[in-house]
Design a protein around this ligand. Structure first.
Ligand code: THU
Length: 131
């Protein structure tokens, strides 16, 4: 399952639109239904509208009806691990299952796995608004 997710992230990375950074990122998310949704980073000449691969994949899952995500794999395009940015970590907190797993891959063989609490401790969630 983890290798399938990484493989889908690698395939999605091929579609990256990143003419400004030249840094391709791919991500894939497994929703509560077991379906997989993939995404790549999409940049913009105005820079700030740029969106990360992780958010594209998560928003595809949510817009297809998923309400919880179980796993995410991501892969950048250097020889080292690419970790999710802070904005993407915040988006993950909104939809992550209790056993959510973040798989940061260098390639299909080399990856590290984290819980959301590892990467986003004491995050702000709906419960912090007293709901
Ligand atoms: N990027 C991602 O897609 N995910 C990350 O977690 C880090 C950054 C993208 C955004 C931008 O297109 C490029 O990488 C350089 O920041």
């Amino acid at each position: 399952m983890i290798k399938e997710l990484i493989n889908k992230a690698i395939q999605a990375r091929e579609k990256s639109y990143s003419p400004y950074s030249n840094f391709k990122v791919g991500a894939s998310v497994m929703g509560e239904s077991g379906k997989i949704y993939s995404g790549c980073n999409i940049e913009n000449a105005a820079y700030s509208p740029t969106i990360c691969a992780e958010r594209v994949a998560i928003f595809k899952a949510i817009s297809n009806g998923e309400r919880e995500i179980k796993k995410i794999a991501l892969i950048g395009s250097t020889d080292s691990f690419t970790y999710p940015c802070g904005v993407c970590r915040q988006v993950m907190t909104e939809f992550a299952s209790d056993d959510f797993e973040i798989i940061v891959a260098k390639n299909i063989e080399e990856y590290v796995s984290y819980s959301l609490d590892d990467l986003m401790p004491n995050s702000f969630r709906v419960r912090d608004m007293g709901r």
